[in-house]
Design a protein around this ligand. Structure first.
Ligand code: ADP
Length: 635
């Protein structure tokens, strides 16, 4: 029979895997057992609403069998099974939803990244090939009349054929590789070693894992001389304790246990920065174990990412990703919620409106908030790790839903402080404010260095005040949404009044503006449609010009919208530009002279000054060639 080929991506992964990116080959057993457990979860859930399943909770089990002569290790379950189509879809391609990302990473090509990405998908079923040279899957789906046999010897492809199977469920038969110098595959045929592996990785699996275990028993009359000897007796044992980690008393479970569970269960390679354990009793009782990840999954900031917590009721998994348990701004949190109180016999749709679920969600939100605050206040290094991965999420949380969550989130934000040269919170900024400082100053730019080098930053610094540098696209919206902190208004140094000019300075500027009215109007006319107004400024210390804006739209917003792909209207979102000139600068003197003696030259100088201002503000020139010509024309 013709072999079917694996999808290309799967083939690459299989190769990678067989060539052992995993140093711990033994994890294959955990993967196969966890698939069996998931399959049972599905059928058990089904049995709650579908009588034709004909099974109760007590009937479900996983079995491990070995055949030393045939060198096979078999993991069987009486779960939901797979139809022919499911066999093809699930085992013919690795993690199909992730294949595109896979392709991207593989073609991007650093080896280290590949391993990382694989870790996130979970190689699952394919890990069987790390220890087997052939894998046979015999399965019958719930509701199907016949079974199917899938078989593959690795990267060269697989076959699927109909076969006999009396009961619903799946047997995964692994034909172990021959032993080599470095690897003792035969060990996976020893019941004591298998038992150890199950204890180590799969103890919390909620379904009993049965295995025939050999035990030595003293027989008083045994032996050839009848004086007694050890007999080997075989007995069927359940080798796992079946108590899920979140159900065990806090004192019994160490932080390391929780972290290990997180990494295995949620397929992360990094320890979480925070673990939250909740044991709530009362009107709605539940247990929860939540994790705050250290890094964002590869697809976190895409539509593909599905947030949510795993929801169990009395040991039965009802939902893998219950999004209603998490507020959107904390959608990075992973974890498990188990409540015996949830009414089980209702459909998933109805469950989403369950009042109890709302109560749990509201409590968890408070716990997450508290844990993040604790990390920020007393474990800043871990918080910084978290913040690097999820700051955009918190910021989108501030601006989303019309700012509904801004008060809740504002104290979790950190921004780069020019004075302290590190990320600080708004509270820390305010705390360090000298007497008399009325505003919280910030500047937006591509990098903190650029922000700190803005001419207005000099003015703020000269006043002895700190300035926050904002480098994320969303930051500017965050500040507009917050408006103020502790009743002190935010001040964007490039668009708002710094409030640092004395009355005298203001008067002086006004006077000068009157004096140079003709020149300023001329500059504006020389830049038709390009600037809203032309002014003199006190803010500028060493620079000749600067661009600021009037009105709601700032330069950062304009840039942000223009970078949005596929939004043609975005071109109409323009900041109203104000060209500010430094009357003390030699450039101004040259402009004034030209205005008096050579108007065309003054017009050219105006254009050069605008281009200079745009460059300082980080706006690329529309036409660099024309600009060069313009400058050269002045010589
Ligand atoms: P993952 O478990 O991460 O989805 P796997 O490669 O381990 O990836 O498995 C792929 C899919 O194959 C599973 O999602 C499941 O649908 C199906 N599958 C694997 N093992 C079993 C099993 N024992 N019973 C039923 N379905 C299974």
């Amino acid at each position: 029979m013709a072999k079917k080929q694996f999808k290309t991506e799967s083939k690459r992964i299989l190769d990678l895997m067989i060539n052992s990116i995993y140093t711990h080959k033994e994890i294959f057993l955990r993967e196969i057992i966890s698939n069996a457990s998931d399959a049972i979860d599905k059928l058990c859930y089904r049995s709650l609403t579908d009588e034709t399943v004909g099974m109760t909770r007590e009937d479900f089990r996983i079995r491990i069998d070995v055949d030393k002569d045939a060198r096979t290790l078999t993991v069987s379950d009486n779960g939901i099974g797979m139809t022919r189509e499911e066999l093809e879809a699930n085992l013919g391609v690795i993690a199909s939803s992730g294949t595109r990302a896979f392709r991207d990473t593989l073609s991007g090509g650093e080896n280290a990244d590949e391993v990382d990405v694989i870790g996130q998908f979970g190689v699952g079923f394919y890990s069987a090939f790390m220890v087997s040279d052939k894998v046979t899957v015999i399965t019958r789906a719930f509701g199907a009349e016949e079974g199917y046999r899938w078989e593959s010897s690795g990267a060269d492809g697989y076959t699927v054929t109909p076969c006999e199977k009396d009961t619903v469920g799946t047997d995964v038969i692994m034909h172990l590789k021959p032993d080599t110098d470095g690897e003792d595959y035969s060990g996976y045929l020893e019941s004591w070693q298998l038992k150890e592996l199950i204890k180590k990785y799969s103890d919390y699996i909620r379904w009993p894992i049965h295995m025939t275990v050999e035990r030595r028993e003293w027989d008083e009359k045994g032996g050839e001389d009848g004086k007694g000897a050890y007999n080997t007796v075989e007995e069927d044992q359940v080798v796992n304790t079946m108590v899920p980690i979140w159900q065990r008393p806090k004192a019994e479970v160490s932080d390391d246990d929780c972290k290990a569970y997180y990494k295995e269960h949620f397929r992360d390679t990094a320890d979480p920065v925070g673990v939250i354990r909740v044991n709530a009793e009362g009107l709605t009782s539940y247990k929860a174990m939540l994790f705050i990840p250290a890094k964002a999954p590869y697809d976190y900031y895409t539509r593909e990412y599905q947030p949510g917590l795993q929801l169990y009721s009395a040991g039965v998994m009802i939902m893998d990703k219950c999004a209603d348990l998490l507020p959107d701004c904390f959608r990075f949190v992973r974890g498990v919620v188990d409540s015996p109180d949830l009414s089980l016999n209702i459909s998933r749709e109805l469950l989403q409106h369950d009042r109890q679920l709302k109560v749990i969600a509201a409590n968890l939100e408070k716990k997450i908030q508290a844990e993040l605050t604790r990390l920020k206040d007393s474990d800043r290094d871990h918080y910084l790790t978290f913040y690097e991965a999820f700051a955009p999420q918190l910021k989108y949380g501030v601006v989303g839903d019309f700012g509904m969550h801004k008060d809740q989130l504002k104290d979790l934000l950190l921004f780069y402080s020019v004075k302290q040269e590190k990320l600080i919170s708004l509270a820390e900024y305010v705390e360090a404010m000298p007497e008399g400082q009325e505003k919280l100053y910030y500047a937006c730019a591509e990098t903190t260095k650029r922000a700190a080098a803005l001419p207005q930053a000099e003015t703020v610094k000269a006043a002895g005040y700190d300035m926050l540098c904002l480098t994320d696209d969303v930051d500017n919206f965050v500040m507009q949404m917050l408006g103020s902190y502790n009743e002190k208004p935010f001040c964007n140094v490039t668009s708002d009044d710094l409030g640092l000019e004395s009355e005298e300075e203001k008067k002086d500027t006004e006077q000068k503006e009157e004096e140079y009215r003709g020149l300023l109007d001329f500059v504006k006319e020389s830049l038709p449609g390009l600037v809203e107004s032309v002014r003199l400024s006190h803010k500028l210390k060493t620079q000749p010009v600067f661009l600021t804006t009037e009105g709601e739209v700032t330069l950062e917003m304009e840039k942000y919208f223009q970078n949005l792909p596929g939004v043609p209207e975005a071109d109409n979102i323009k900041a109203k530009r104000v060209l500010e000139l430094n009357a003390e600068h030699p450039a101004f003197a040259a402009l004034k002279k030209a205005y008096e003696e050579d108007k065309p030259r003054a017009a050219r100088l105006s254009m050069v000054l605008l281009a200079q201002a745009e460059l300082i503000a980080g706006i690329p020139l529309d036409d660099p060639a024309a600009y060069t010509e313009l400058v050269c024309g002045l010589f």
